[in-house]
Design a protein around this ligand. Structure first.
Ligand code: ZN
Ligand code: ZN
Length: 356
């Protein structure tokens, strides 16, 4: 906060609050806000009816509850006091920000990601262990997909998506974040919404899924994996395209490491795809950071020249999407260690054929 010239942080809904104190604000019209002054003690302003949900930690923050006829904006404003610059959580509802600005017209406001982002993107050993557990869980599900244990042919994308969701929970996540299942030509749409399309034989089925797994401290950590299978023998075009993607993803994983600009990881994957003539069909960045949110800093994208550091965790997920035909994406979560990149996903990276 001192480096960023921030006098007070104001954290509400979103991942910053659980990351800091293990408590997730209810996403409701009643304001919950942790007020963290640069000099002084932190206070959690919370609706009285939700106080029982908070595990109080007097050494970390005190609780200031408010009743149904109190004005929480006035309480927060009082705690802001004479601060001149506030950093407010990026996901805070606009109605609270606007009300705070009305009551504190001289207050400069910036986003809290300037303060919390650089902290959150460097994971400690406890966080890396949590990411490792979550990745191992979705690896097991991807293994079930590749072994044919999860039937595909004759089911709709939506049915397979629901099946993946159940397995995500059964493997210890407390929440399913997404379970994309895209068959045939639908796999050419990177963020396809699984629907009533019935999966047939001889098709690519792209599955991209993940959830959030709670830890002791209360903040959950995310998994995120993509594997593709073919329901029967792949065509030569499928095999050729997948081989390019396989090499590109491998190169992207290998390119990471301490001191490496994040954009170099993107470039490593993209060069192989572009050189093979498919650059036009790889229309998204190569990856995103992951932690308590499924997408967070550091972003693996051209223009992000910030050097990676040990403790970063991010996805490497290049894709090739041929409209009207099929698409492939291959995704692992990678952590940066002092000695280089380490992939947390180990399940088979090849294009696996399933018979059912
Ligand atoms: Zn994914
Ligand atoms: Zn991802």
């Amino acid at each position: 906060m001192t480096e960023q010239g921030v006098d007070v942080c104001l954290l509400s809904v979103g991942a910053d609050l659980p990351w800091l104190i293990g408590y997730q604000a209810m996403p409701l019209e009643r304001l919950t806000m942790l007020v963290v002054p640069r000099d002084g003690d932190a206070t959690l302003v919370v609706p009285r009816l939700e106080v029982a949900r908070v595990n109080e930690e007097p050494d970390v923050f005190s609780i200031r509850s408010w009743g149904e006829t109190d004005d929480p904006i006035a309480i927060v404003s009082d705690l802001i006091g004479s601060a001149s610059t506030a950093a407010i959580g990026n996901r805070t509802w606009a109605q609270f920000l606007v009300a705070l600005q009305r009551q504190n017209p001289g207050l400069n406001v910036t986003t809290a990601s300037s303060v919390i982002g650089p902290l959150r993107e460097v994971k400690d050993a406890h966080e890396i262990a949590a990411l490792r557990r979550a990745s191992a869980a979705v690896d097991r599900i991807a293994g079930q997909l590749q072994s044919g244990e999860i039937p595909l042919i004759g089911r709709t994308e939506a049915e397979v998506s629901a099946d993946l969701g159940q397995r995500i929970l059964a493997e210890g996540h407390h929440r399913v974040n997404f379970a994309i299942v895209a068959a045939g030509e639908n796999a050419a749409s990177p963020h396809h919404e699984p629907g009533e399309r019935v999966i047939a034989a001889g098709e690519v089925v792209l599955c991209d899924f993940g959830g959030t797994m709670l830890t002791d401290g209360g903040a959950g950590y995310c998994s995120d994996i993509t594997r593709c299978v073919v329901t029967g023998a792949p065509t030569s075009e499928m095999s050729e395209v997948y081989e390019v993607l396989f090499e590109a993803q491998h190169a992207g994983v290998a390119a990471g490491g301490p001191g490496v600009p994040a954009e170099d990881v993107d470039a490593a994957s993209r060069k192989i795809i572009t050189d093979a003539g498919y650059g036009e069909w790889f229309m998204h960045r190569t990856g995103h950071g992951i932690g308590v949110e499924e997408h967070e800093d550091p972003y693996i994208v051209s223009g992000n020249t910030a050097p990676l550091v040990a403790g970063n965790a991010y996805s490497v997920e290049p894709g090739i999407y041929l409209p009207g035909k099929f698409g492939f994406r291959l995704e692992d979560i990678v952590i940066v260690t002092e000695s280089g990149p380490e992939s947390l996903n180990h399940v088979d990276h090849r294009l696996v054929t399933v018979e059912a």
